[in-house]
Design a protein around this ligand. Structure first.
Ligand code: URA
Length: 434
């Protein structure tokens, strides 16, 4: 078999066999197929697309390029959740303890943030001493004991995807549906859960700006997961403005703690409950979404989810008292209010721009190894649809450096659009696929 022939075949719009897909994936991972040939193939895929069978074959080949986690040592249906990425997305921090408090095992692998979107691990490191460097034995033991553990993604999880993603990033081949679906699902399948609930974001702050593209991506990923023997659900949610009010690691942890105390922002909690209901259904703990919602609400009302977060933080080396005293979490020295100048309504908030403002403050990673400032970020005081008067604060910039604060201030002002009439409100939950 020759890579040249595979490229030629895809260029002409023909369907690749499973054997050809495995050959090129394995060859590329081992370094036997050079970047220039894989780049040509990726570009041919962008123009010609891939069938569902080809996409599944690529996903499985990437999954099998490294270690596939065996979670059989953990009792019960292991449910994982994945978000396609957004700004202010602290859903996992709220949802994982709620699910664990219901006795459903949450065995999660998470990543760090890159660029304008944040990562769960960075947020958890706001608790001094917290570590996600667990051995597989510690990981399984913690889940069996308290239903919750989070570890960092190991280097050997779907290494083919790691290499391919880096190549796609520099060859303008990221935004192809089959390539995105196989990339995400290869890692999720390798992480070993029995059921996977996907949060597919759509809107200006998401990968998939158009709803129809988000629906198609969700459908493709659900089908891949089912074909691989997993229980699957996908919730398509709005990312046309940041989720909740807080953007930035420590600010988001504080907001997650507020949410577990029953005072979370409405949009965030809507997403939490929609995803949570799917996780509870997948685990077989409820028969209907209504019953699942009741169970989830109980974890907030009775503070069992808050206590679960504290137990989990402590089990992974972190300071548990910070969960009950969030004012101890890292705080920035400078607070600069962003003042509104016109009367009207917030017509929209560019999520990506707010994410970039947080990045300018030092709250995000420019390269994969750059250090980050956990205390900085943006707190939004107004969201889309709210009336605003001149002189009112739209947001507060939290910074540790005046020059950076000024830059983020400008970015935050630009992110807001103020208009004379109230805008139409879009639903947070666009669709649920099971
Ligand atoms: N996230 C991934 O992991 N892969 C993609 O291709 C896009 C988003």
């Amino acid at each position: 078999m020759r890579m040249y022939d595979i490229i030629q075949k895809k260029k002409k719009g023909k369907v690749l066999t499973g054997e050809e897909i495995r050959f090129m994936t394995e060859g590329y991972t081992k370094g036997e197929i050079p970047d220039y040939q894989m780049s040509a193939l990726l570009m041919a895929v962008c123009f010609q697309g891939m069938t569902k069978e080809e996409t599944l074959a690529l996903t499985l080949a990437m999954r099998d390029s490294g270690e596939v986690l065996d979670l059989s040592g953990i009792q019960g249906t292991k449910v994982d959740k994945h978000s396609t990425g957004g700004v202010g997305d602290k859903t996992s921090l709220v949802l994982a303890p709620m699910i664990a408090a219901l006795g459903i095992p949450v065995a999660k692998m998470s990543g760090r943030g890159l660029g304008h979107t944040g990562g769960t691990i960075d947020k958890l490191e706001c608790f001094p001493g917290f570590s996600t460097e667990l051995t597989k034995e510690q990981f399984c033991r913690n889940v069996n004991r308290m239903n919750m553990a989070i570890m960092g993604q190991t280097a050997d999880l779907a290494p083919a995807d790691k290499k391919l993603y880096a190549l796609r990033d520099v060859t303008a081949t990221v935004d192809q549906l089959s390539l995105i679906a196989s990339s995400i699902m290869s890692k999720k399948l390798a992480a070993g859960a029995d059921a996977i609930v996907l949060d597919v974001k759509t809107g200006n702050g998401a990968f998939m700006k158009e709803e129809r593209d988000a629906f198609a991506l969700a459908e493709e990923m659900v089908e891949i997961g089912k074909s691989a023997g997993k229980k699957m659900a996908a919730v398509i949610t709005d990312m046309d403005q940041p989720l909740g009010n807080a953007v930035g690691n420590s600010l988001e942890v504080k907001e997650a703690i507020l949410s577990l105390n029953g005072v979370g922002p409405k949009d965030l909690m809507e997403v939490v409950y929609a995803l949570g209901a799917e996780m509870v259904l997948a685990a077989g703990k409820a028969e209907t979404a209504e019953r699942a919602a009741e169970l989830l609400e109980q974890t907030i009302r009775e503070k069992t989810a808050l206590n679960k977060l504290a137990e989990f933080v402590e089990a992974q080396g972190g300071e548990k008292r910070y969960v009950y005293q969030p004012e101890l979490l890292p705080a920035a020295g400078i607070q600069m209010q962003v003042i509104n100048t016109e009367a009207g309504y917030v017509g929209g908030i560019q999520a990506e721009e707010i994410g970039l403002a947080s990045l300018s403050l030092g709250g995000g990673r420019v390269t994969k190894d750059s250090p980050i400032d956990l205390s900085v970020g943006i707190l939004l005081h107004k969201k889309k649809g709210q009336a605003v008067r001149p002189g009112e604060a739209l947001a507060t910039v939290y910074a540790n450096d005046m020059e950076r604060a000024k830059e983020a201030y400008g970015q935050t002002v630009r992110a807001f659009s103020i208009q004379p009439q109230a805008p139409q409100q879009a639903p947070m939950i666009k669709k649920i696929l099971r």
